[in-house]
Write a protein that binds this ligand. Structure first.
Ligand SMILES: C[S@@+](CC[C@H](N)C(=O)[O-])C[C@H]1O[C@@H](n2cnc3c(N)ncnc32)[C@H](O)[C@@H]1O
Length: 432
Protein backbone atom coordinates (compact mmCIF):
# COMPACT_ATOMS: atom_id res chain seq x y z
CA UNK A 1 0.00 0.00 0.00
CA UNK A 2 1.17 3.53 -0.81
CA UNK A 3 2.35 5.39 2.31
CA UNK A 4 0.36 8.48 3.26
CA UNK A 5 2.23 11.79 2.98
CA UNK A 6 2.26 14.55 5.56
CA UNK A 7 -1.04 16.48 5.72
CA UNK A 8 -1.25 20.20 6.42
CA UNK A 9 -3.42 23.30 5.98
CA UNK A 10 -2.51 25.46 3.01
CA UNK A 11 -3.79 28.78 1.64
CA UNK A 12 -3.50 29.01 -2.17
CA UNK A 13 -1.94 32.31 -3.26
CA UNK A 14 -2.07 32.04 -7.05
CA UNK A 15 -1.92 29.78 -10.09
CA UNK A 16 1.36 29.12 -11.84
CA UNK A 17 2.53 27.80 -15.20
CA UNK A 18 1.62 24.13 -15.40
CA UNK A 19 -1.81 24.94 -13.97
CA UNK A 20 -1.09 24.16 -10.31
CA UNK A 21 -1.85 26.43 -7.37
CA UNK A 22 0.96 27.78 -5.20
CA UNK A 23 0.79 27.91 -1.40
CA UNK A 24 3.53 28.23 1.23
CA UNK A 25 4.27 25.99 4.19
CA UNK A 26 6.78 27.67 6.55
CA UNK A 27 7.97 29.75 3.59
CA UNK A 28 8.54 26.74 1.31
CA UNK A 29 6.58 26.61 -1.96
CA UNK A 30 3.96 23.87 -2.28
CA UNK A 31 2.29 23.13 -5.65
CA UNK A 32 -1.19 21.58 -5.75
CA UNK A 33 -3.36 20.75 -8.80
CA UNK A 34 -7.09 21.55 -9.08
CA UNK A 35 -7.15 24.40 -6.57
CA UNK A 36 -8.21 28.04 -6.84
CA UNK A 37 -6.57 31.25 -5.59
CA UNK A 38 -7.93 31.99 -2.11
CA UNK A 39 -8.74 28.32 -1.32
CA UNK A 40 -7.88 27.13 2.19
CA UNK A 41 -7.26 23.41 1.86
CA UNK A 42 -5.96 20.32 3.58
CA UNK A 43 -3.08 19.19 1.35
CA UNK A 44 -1.14 15.95 1.42
CA UNK A 45 2.50 15.99 0.37
CA UNK A 46 3.20 13.70 -2.60
CA UNK A 47 6.82 14.65 -3.37
CA UNK A 48 9.49 16.62 -1.50
CA UNK A 49 12.31 18.49 -3.27
CA UNK A 50 14.94 20.81 -1.80
CA UNK A 51 13.19 24.05 -2.64
CA UNK A 52 9.56 23.00 -2.98
CA UNK A 53 6.99 20.23 -2.42
CA UNK A 54 4.22 18.74 -4.53
CA UNK A 55 0.90 17.95 -2.85
CA UNK A 56 -2.63 16.80 -3.58
CA UNK A 57 -5.89 18.35 -2.55
CA UNK A 58 -7.53 16.35 0.29
CA UNK A 59 -10.29 18.71 1.44
CA UNK A 60 -11.44 22.27 0.80
CA UNK A 61 -11.94 24.19 4.06
CA UNK A 62 -12.69 27.57 2.48
CA UNK A 63 -13.52 28.04 -1.20
CA UNK A 64 -11.67 30.68 -3.26
CA UNK A 65 -13.99 33.22 -4.94
CA UNK A 66 -13.22 31.99 -8.47
CA UNK A 67 -14.44 28.43 -7.96
CA UNK A 68 -17.25 26.99 -10.11
CA UNK A 69 -18.67 23.51 -10.60
CA UNK A 70 -16.76 21.76 -13.43
CA UNK A 71 -18.96 21.14 -16.47
CA UNK A 72 -17.48 17.78 -17.39
CA UNK A 73 -17.90 14.61 -15.27
CA UNK A 74 -14.38 13.47 -16.25
CA UNK A 75 -12.69 16.62 -14.91
CA UNK A 76 -9.99 15.72 -12.40
CA UNK A 77 -9.45 12.29 -13.94
CA UNK A 78 -8.99 13.20 -17.63
CA UNK A 79 -5.66 14.90 -18.38
CA UNK A 80 -7.10 17.23 -21.05
CA UNK A 81 -8.28 20.08 -18.78
CA UNK A 82 -6.67 21.78 -15.76
CA UNK A 83 -9.01 24.61 -14.87
CA UNK A 84 -12.67 23.66 -15.33
CA UNK A 85 -13.15 24.37 -11.62
CA UNK A 86 -12.31 28.05 -12.22
CA UNK A 87 -14.54 30.85 -13.55
CA UNK A 88 -13.43 31.75 -17.04
CA UNK A 89 -12.54 35.31 -15.90
CA UNK A 90 -10.17 33.79 -13.27
CA UNK A 91 -8.49 31.63 -15.91
CA UNK A 92 -7.90 34.66 -18.10
CA UNK A 93 -6.51 36.66 -15.14
CA UNK A 94 -4.12 33.83 -14.26
CA UNK A 95 -2.84 33.55 -17.84
CA UNK A 96 -1.82 37.21 -17.93
CA UNK A 97 -0.04 36.82 -14.60
CA UNK A 98 1.77 33.67 -15.81
CA UNK A 99 3.04 35.38 -18.98
CA UNK A 100 4.18 38.42 -16.93
CA UNK A 101 6.00 36.22 -14.41
CA UNK A 102 7.80 34.27 -17.12
CA UNK A 103 8.88 37.49 -18.81
CA UNK A 104 10.10 38.84 -15.47
CA UNK A 105 11.89 35.77 -14.14
CA UNK A 106 13.21 34.11 -17.31
CA UNK A 107 13.00 37.05 -19.74
CA UNK A 108 14.62 39.39 -17.19
CA UNK A 109 12.26 42.28 -17.97
CA UNK A 110 11.45 44.22 -14.78
CA UNK A 111 8.04 45.53 -15.86
CA UNK A 112 6.91 43.71 -19.01
CA UNK A 113 4.28 45.55 -21.01
CA UNK A 114 1.54 42.89 -21.26
CA UNK A 115 -1.89 43.96 -22.57
CA UNK A 116 -5.19 42.64 -21.25
CA UNK A 117 -5.90 39.07 -22.38
CA UNK A 118 -8.08 38.60 -25.46
CA UNK A 119 -10.53 35.97 -24.14
CA UNK A 120 -11.89 33.20 -26.30
CA UNK A 121 -15.35 34.30 -27.56
CA UNK A 122 -16.56 30.96 -26.21
CA UNK A 123 -14.66 28.97 -23.56
CA UNK A 124 -16.47 25.77 -24.67
CA UNK A 125 -16.78 23.87 -27.97
CA UNK A 126 -13.83 25.82 -29.35
CA UNK A 127 -11.44 23.01 -30.36
CA UNK A 128 -11.54 21.87 -33.96
CA UNK A 129 -9.31 18.84 -33.42
CA UNK A 130 -8.38 16.12 -30.94
CA UNK A 131 -5.92 13.25 -30.66
CA UNK A 132 -8.04 10.55 -29.09
CA UNK A 133 -6.27 7.63 -27.41
CA UNK A 134 -7.28 3.99 -27.70
CA UNK A 135 -6.23 1.21 -25.33
CA UNK A 136 -7.83 -2.14 -24.51
CA UNK A 137 -11.16 -1.06 -26.02
CA UNK A 138 -11.16 2.27 -24.14
CA UNK A 139 -11.47 5.45 -26.17
CA UNK A 140 -10.66 8.82 -24.60
CA UNK A 141 -7.75 10.87 -23.30
CA UNK A 142 -4.75 10.06 -21.12
CA UNK A 143 -5.03 10.77 -17.40
CA UNK A 144 -2.64 13.56 -16.33
CA UNK A 145 1.06 12.54 -16.56
CA UNK A 146 0.12 8.98 -17.41
CA UNK A 147 -0.57 6.61 -20.29
CA UNK A 148 -3.75 5.34 -18.66
CA UNK A 149 -6.70 5.97 -20.99
CA UNK A 150 -9.79 7.53 -19.41
CA UNK A 151 -12.78 6.14 -21.28
CA UNK A 152 -15.06 9.06 -22.12
CA UNK A 153 -18.37 9.70 -23.92
CA UNK A 154 -18.10 13.37 -24.70
CA UNK A 155 -15.70 16.32 -24.48
CA UNK A 156 -17.21 19.81 -24.08
CA UNK A 157 -14.08 21.47 -25.49
CA UNK A 158 -14.65 19.97 -28.93
CA UNK A 159 -16.80 21.51 -31.68
CA UNK A 160 -20.45 20.49 -31.42
CA UNK A 161 -20.31 18.09 -34.38
CA UNK A 162 -17.46 16.05 -32.85
CA UNK A 163 -17.95 16.50 -29.08
CA UNK A 164 -19.78 13.17 -28.79
CA UNK A 165 -17.76 11.18 -31.31
CA UNK A 166 -16.18 8.85 -28.70
CA UNK A 167 -18.85 6.07 -28.52
CA UNK A 168 -19.04 6.12 -32.33
CA UNK A 169 -15.29 5.63 -32.58
CA UNK A 170 -15.74 2.66 -30.24
CA UNK A 171 -18.27 1.27 -32.70
CA UNK A 172 -15.76 1.80 -35.50
CA UNK A 173 -13.23 -0.30 -33.54
CA UNK A 174 -15.47 -3.33 -34.17
CA UNK A 175 -14.94 -2.91 -37.92
CA UNK A 176 -11.14 -2.65 -37.78
CA UNK A 177 -9.01 -5.81 -38.00
CA UNK A 178 -6.37 -4.34 -35.64
CA UNK A 179 -7.00 -1.89 -32.78
CA UNK A 180 -5.24 1.43 -33.48
CA UNK A 181 -3.44 3.44 -30.79
CA UNK A 182 -5.03 6.78 -31.71
CA UNK A 183 -7.77 8.46 -33.71
CA UNK A 184 -7.05 12.02 -34.85
CA UNK A 185 -10.27 13.89 -35.57
CA UNK A 186 -10.38 17.33 -37.22
CA UNK A 187 -13.56 19.24 -38.05
CA UNK A 188 -13.02 22.41 -40.07
CA UNK A 189 -14.97 25.68 -40.09
CA UNK A 190 -17.05 24.14 -42.89
CA UNK A 191 -17.97 21.22 -40.59
CA UNK A 192 -16.02 18.84 -42.83
CA UNK A 193 -14.41 16.07 -40.82
CA UNK A 194 -11.09 14.34 -41.53
CA UNK A 195 -10.09 11.23 -39.57
CA UNK A 196 -6.68 9.63 -39.09
CA UNK A 197 -6.51 6.07 -37.79
CA UNK A 198 -3.04 5.76 -36.26
CA UNK A 199 -1.19 2.50 -35.58
CA UNK A 200 1.90 1.89 -33.53
CA UNK A 201 3.69 -1.30 -34.55
CA UNK A 202 2.21 -4.05 -36.73
CA UNK A 203 -1.35 -3.96 -38.05
CA UNK A 204 -3.50 -5.61 -40.71
CA UNK A 205 -4.25 -3.49 -43.79
CA UNK A 206 -7.94 -2.82 -44.51
CA UNK A 207 -10.13 -0.83 -46.85
CA UNK A 208 -13.51 0.27 -45.49
CA UNK A 209 -15.76 2.28 -47.81
CA UNK A 210 -15.77 5.96 -46.78
CA UNK A 211 -19.59 5.90 -46.71
CA UNK A 212 -19.50 3.08 -44.14
CA UNK A 213 -17.14 4.99 -41.83
CA UNK A 214 -19.25 8.13 -42.27
CA UNK A 215 -22.40 6.19 -41.40
CA UNK A 216 -20.84 4.83 -38.19
CA UNK A 217 -19.40 8.20 -37.08
CA UNK A 218 -22.51 10.21 -38.05
CA UNK A 219 -20.46 13.27 -39.02
CA UNK A 220 -19.77 14.94 -42.35
CA UNK A 221 -16.65 12.81 -42.93
CA UNK A 222 -14.94 13.81 -46.20
CA UNK A 223 -11.94 11.50 -45.88
CA UNK A 224 -10.06 9.12 -43.63
CA UNK A 225 -6.52 7.81 -43.64
CA UNK A 226 -4.46 4.99 -42.22
CA UNK A 227 -1.27 6.09 -40.50
CA UNK A 228 1.69 4.48 -38.76
CA UNK A 229 3.73 6.23 -36.08
CA UNK A 230 7.14 6.92 -37.61
CA UNK A 231 10.62 7.14 -36.09
CA UNK A 232 10.19 10.78 -35.04
CA UNK A 233 6.95 9.93 -33.24
CA UNK A 234 4.75 11.62 -35.89
CA UNK A 235 2.08 9.67 -37.78
CA UNK A 236 3.15 8.83 -41.35
CA UNK A 237 0.48 8.37 -43.98
CA UNK A 238 0.06 4.85 -45.41
CA UNK A 239 -3.18 5.33 -47.34
CA UNK A 240 -6.00 7.88 -47.58
CA UNK A 241 -9.59 7.36 -48.71
CA UNK A 242 -11.76 10.22 -49.94
CA UNK A 243 -10.64 13.85 -49.78
CA UNK A 244 -7.52 14.56 -47.72
CA UNK A 245 -8.10 18.27 -47.17
CA UNK A 246 -10.76 20.75 -46.09
CA UNK A 247 -11.15 24.52 -46.01
CA UNK A 248 -11.08 27.06 -43.20
CA UNK A 249 -12.90 30.32 -43.93
CA UNK A 250 -11.53 33.07 -41.63
CA UNK A 251 -13.04 36.52 -42.21
CA UNK A 252 -12.11 37.60 -45.71
CA UNK A 253 -9.56 34.78 -46.06
CA UNK A 254 -9.92 31.13 -46.96
CA UNK A 255 -7.32 28.46 -46.25
CA UNK A 256 -7.03 24.96 -47.61
CA UNK A 257 -5.82 22.68 -44.82
CA UNK A 258 -4.60 19.15 -45.56
CA UNK A 259 -5.07 16.28 -43.13
CA UNK A 260 -1.34 16.48 -42.35
CA UNK A 261 -1.01 20.25 -42.03
CA UNK A 262 -1.17 22.31 -38.86
CA UNK A 263 -4.05 24.72 -38.27
CA UNK A 264 -4.77 26.76 -35.11
CA UNK A 265 -7.00 24.72 -32.78
CA UNK A 266 -9.32 27.44 -31.45
CA UNK A 267 -11.77 28.22 -34.25
CA UNK A 268 -12.97 31.41 -32.49
CA UNK A 269 -9.49 32.90 -32.06
CA UNK A 270 -7.79 32.37 -35.46
CA UNK A 271 -9.33 35.62 -36.76
CA UNK A 272 -8.09 37.53 -33.71
CA UNK A 273 -4.58 36.11 -34.10
CA UNK A 274 -4.50 37.10 -37.78
CA UNK A 275 -5.84 40.57 -36.99
CA UNK A 276 -3.26 41.25 -34.25
CA UNK A 277 -0.31 40.11 -36.37
CA UNK A 278 -1.51 41.87 -39.54
CA UNK A 279 -1.97 45.09 -37.55
CA UNK A 280 1.79 45.21 -36.92
CA UNK A 281 2.40 44.89 -40.67
CA UNK A 282 -0.03 47.79 -41.26
CA UNK A 283 1.78 50.17 -38.91
CA UNK A 284 4.70 50.76 -41.26
CA UNK A 285 5.49 50.38 -44.97
CA UNK A 286 7.49 47.17 -44.77
CA UNK A 287 9.33 46.03 -47.88
CA UNK A 288 9.67 42.33 -47.06
CA UNK A 289 8.11 40.16 -44.38
CA UNK A 290 9.52 36.72 -43.52
CA UNK A 291 7.12 34.32 -41.76
CA UNK A 292 9.03 31.43 -40.19
CA UNK A 293 7.10 28.27 -39.18
CA UNK A 294 4.33 29.53 -41.46
CA UNK A 295 2.07 26.44 -41.69
CA UNK A 296 -0.55 26.84 -44.45
CA UNK A 297 0.18 30.58 -44.69
CA UNK A 298 -2.35 31.57 -42.01
CA UNK A 299 -0.26 34.65 -41.11
CA UNK A 300 1.90 35.06 -44.26
CA UNK A 301 -1.10 35.67 -46.52
CA UNK A 302 -2.88 38.33 -44.39
CA UNK A 303 0.48 40.05 -43.71
CA UNK A 304 1.25 39.85 -47.46
CA UNK A 305 -1.64 42.26 -48.10
CA UNK A 306 0.12 45.05 -46.25
CA UNK A 307 3.76 44.62 -47.25
CA UNK A 308 5.56 44.91 -50.58
CA UNK A 309 6.59 41.21 -50.61
CA UNK A 310 6.42 38.31 -48.17
CA UNK A 311 7.85 34.82 -47.86
CA UNK A 312 7.10 31.87 -45.62
CA UNK A 313 9.34 29.05 -44.36
CA UNK A 314 7.80 25.74 -43.27
CA UNK A 315 9.21 22.22 -42.91
CA UNK A 316 5.99 20.27 -43.54
CA UNK A 317 5.55 19.44 -47.22
CA UNK A 318 1.73 19.25 -47.00
CA UNK A 319 1.50 22.63 -45.30
CA UNK A 320 3.72 24.27 -47.93
CA UNK A 321 1.63 22.82 -50.73
CA UNK A 322 -1.49 24.21 -48.98
CA UNK A 323 0.24 27.58 -48.53
CA UNK A 324 1.09 27.80 -52.24
CA UNK A 325 -2.53 27.02 -53.09
CA UNK A 326 -3.81 29.45 -50.46
CA UNK A 327 -1.84 32.39 -51.82
CA UNK A 328 -3.59 31.84 -55.17
CA UNK A 329 -7.13 31.44 -53.82
CA UNK A 330 -6.62 34.59 -51.73
CA UNK A 331 -5.35 36.50 -54.77
CA UNK A 332 -1.80 37.26 -53.57
CA UNK A 333 1.02 37.48 -56.08
CA UNK A 334 3.71 38.93 -53.84
CA UNK A 335 4.11 35.89 -51.56
CA UNK A 336 6.41 32.88 -51.88
CA UNK A 337 7.05 29.82 -49.73
CA UNK A 338 10.06 27.62 -48.98
CA UNK A 339 9.75 24.04 -47.81
CA UNK A 340 12.66 23.99 -45.35
CA UNK A 341 13.45 23.64 -41.68
CA UNK A 342 14.08 27.18 -40.40
CA UNK A 343 17.60 26.09 -39.37
CA UNK A 344 18.28 25.16 -43.02
CA UNK A 345 16.76 28.37 -44.39
CA UNK A 346 19.06 30.76 -42.55
CA UNK A 347 21.07 31.56 -45.69
CA UNK A 348 17.87 32.33 -47.63
CA UNK A 349 16.69 34.54 -44.75
CA UNK A 350 20.03 36.37 -44.70
CA UNK A 351 20.02 36.85 -48.49
CA UNK A 352 16.40 38.03 -48.58
CA UNK A 353 17.00 40.35 -45.61
CA UNK A 354 13.41 41.01 -44.42
CA UNK A 355 12.59 44.17 -42.44
CA UNK A 356 9.66 42.43 -40.67
CA UNK A 357 9.90 38.89 -39.28
CA UNK A 358 7.14 36.73 -37.87
CA UNK A 359 7.99 33.54 -35.98
CA UNK A 360 5.49 30.98 -34.66
CA UNK A 361 7.63 28.02 -33.58
CA UNK A 362 6.56 24.85 -31.75
CA UNK A 363 6.77 24.83 -27.93
CA UNK A 364 10.55 24.35 -27.94
CA UNK A 365 10.96 27.89 -29.32
CA UNK A 366 13.97 29.16 -31.27
CA UNK A 367 17.66 28.34 -30.92
CA UNK A 368 20.63 30.65 -30.53
CA UNK A 369 21.70 30.32 -34.20
CA UNK A 370 18.26 31.39 -35.44
CA UNK A 371 18.07 34.29 -33.01
CA UNK A 372 21.59 35.46 -33.88
CA UNK A 373 20.81 35.32 -37.62
CA UNK A 374 17.59 37.32 -37.20
CA UNK A 375 19.34 39.87 -35.01
CA UNK A 376 22.08 40.36 -37.61
CA UNK A 377 19.64 41.19 -40.45
CA UNK A 378 20.67 44.72 -41.49
CA UNK A 379 17.17 45.96 -42.46
CA UNK A 380 15.26 44.32 -39.62
CA UNK A 381 12.86 46.61 -37.75
CA UNK A 382 10.40 44.36 -35.94
CA UNK A 383 9.82 40.76 -34.98
CA UNK A 384 6.39 39.39 -34.11
CA UNK A 385 6.93 36.32 -31.96
CA UNK A 386 3.82 34.12 -31.65
CA UNK A 387 4.34 31.56 -28.92
CA UNK A 388 2.34 28.79 -27.26
CA UNK A 389 4.91 28.33 -24.46
CA UNK A 390 5.64 31.33 -22.21
CA UNK A 391 8.83 29.87 -20.71
CA UNK A 392 10.62 29.40 -24.06
CA UNK A 393 9.25 32.73 -25.30
CA UNK A 394 10.75 34.42 -22.21
CA UNK A 395 14.06 32.57 -22.69
CA UNK A 396 14.21 33.71 -26.34
CA UNK A 397 13.22 37.28 -25.43
CA UNK A 398 16.26 37.39 -23.10
CA UNK A 399 18.52 36.10 -25.91
CA UNK A 400 17.10 38.64 -28.37
CA UNK A 401 17.81 41.38 -25.82
CA UNK A 402 21.42 40.21 -25.66
CA UNK A 403 21.65 40.77 -29.44
CA UNK A 404 20.07 44.24 -29.36
CA UNK A 405 16.39 43.42 -29.89
CA UNK A 406 13.94 44.41 -27.16
CA UNK A 407 10.39 43.34 -26.39
CA UNK A 408 8.08 46.36 -26.73
CA UNK A 409 4.84 44.73 -25.61
CA UNK A 410 3.00 41.43 -25.52
CA UNK A 411 -0.59 40.41 -26.08
CA UNK A 412 -2.06 37.30 -24.56
CA UNK A 413 -4.65 35.44 -26.58
CA UNK A 414 -6.59 32.68 -24.89
CA UNK A 415 -6.47 29.88 -27.44
CA UNK A 416 -6.92 27.10 -24.89
CA UNK A 417 -9.71 27.78 -22.32
CA UNK A 418 -10.07 25.28 -19.42
CA UNK A 419 -6.32 24.53 -19.67
CA UNK A 420 -3.30 26.44 -18.41
CA UNK A 421 -1.88 26.71 -21.95
CA UNK A 422 -1.53 30.20 -23.30
CA UNK A 423 -0.74 31.90 -26.60
CA UNK A 424 1.31 35.10 -26.58
CA UNK A 425 2.07 37.57 -29.34
CA UNK A 426 5.24 39.47 -28.43
CA UNK A 427 6.32 42.49 -30.46
CA UNK A 428 10.08 43.00 -30.52
CA UNK A 429 12.00 45.96 -31.94
CA UNK A 430 15.59 46.24 -33.08
CA UNK A 431 17.32 48.95 -31.07
CA UNK A 432 20.92 48.58 -32.27
C1 LIG B 1 2.63 26.60 -34.15
S1 LIG B 1 2.56 26.11 -35.85
C2 LIG B 1 2.33 27.68 -36.61
C3 LIG B 1 1.77 27.68 -38.00
C4 LIG B 1 1.22 29.00 -38.55
N1 LIG B 1 1.98 30.14 -38.16
C5 LIG B 1 -0.23 29.17 -38.17
O1 LIG B 1 -0.56 30.16 -37.49
O2 LIG B 1 -1.06 28.35 -38.56
C6 LIG B 1 4.23 25.70 -36.15
C7 LIG B 1 4.55 25.26 -37.58
O3 LIG B 1 5.97 25.06 -37.66
C8 LIG B 1 6.25 23.93 -38.45
N2 LIG B 1 7.60 23.50 -38.04
C9 LIG B 1 7.95 22.73 -36.99
N3 LIG B 1 9.29 22.65 -36.89
C10 LIG B 1 9.80 23.42 -37.91
C11 LIG B 1 11.12 23.75 -38.31
N4 LIG B 1 12.17 23.28 -37.67
N5 LIG B 1 11.28 24.58 -39.36
C12 LIG B 1 10.19 25.07 -40.04
N6 LIG B 1 8.91 24.77 -39.70
C13 LIG B 1 8.72 23.97 -38.64
C14 LIG B 1 5.11 22.98 -38.17
O4 LIG B 1 4.95 22.07 -39.23
C15 LIG B 1 3.91 23.94 -38.02
O5 LIG B 1 3.27 24.14 -39.25
Amino acid sequence: MKQKGKQFKLRIEKLVHGGKGLGRLNGKAVFVPHVAPGDLIIAEETARKNSYSEARLVKILERGKGRVKPKCPYFGKCGGCDWQHLKYSEQVKAKKQIVEENLQKIGRIKKPNVDEVIPSPSPWNYRNRAQIKVKAGKVGFFAKNSHFVIDIDRCPLLKEDIEDIFPKLKELLNLLPTQPSEFHVYSSGKDEVLLKIVYQGRFKRFELPLEKVREVLKVNLVGYGIYKTGKEGYPERIEFFGRDFTYEPVGKFKFRVSADSFFQVNRFQVGNLIEKVARVAMEHQYMLAGDLYCGVGTLTIPVGRYVHRAFGVESNFWAVSDALYNKDINGLRNVQFFCRETEEALKIIRDYSPDLVIVDPPRSGLNDRIIKTLASLPRLKKIVYVSCEPSTLARDVATFHHYGINMERAKVLDMFPQTYHVETIAILRKVR
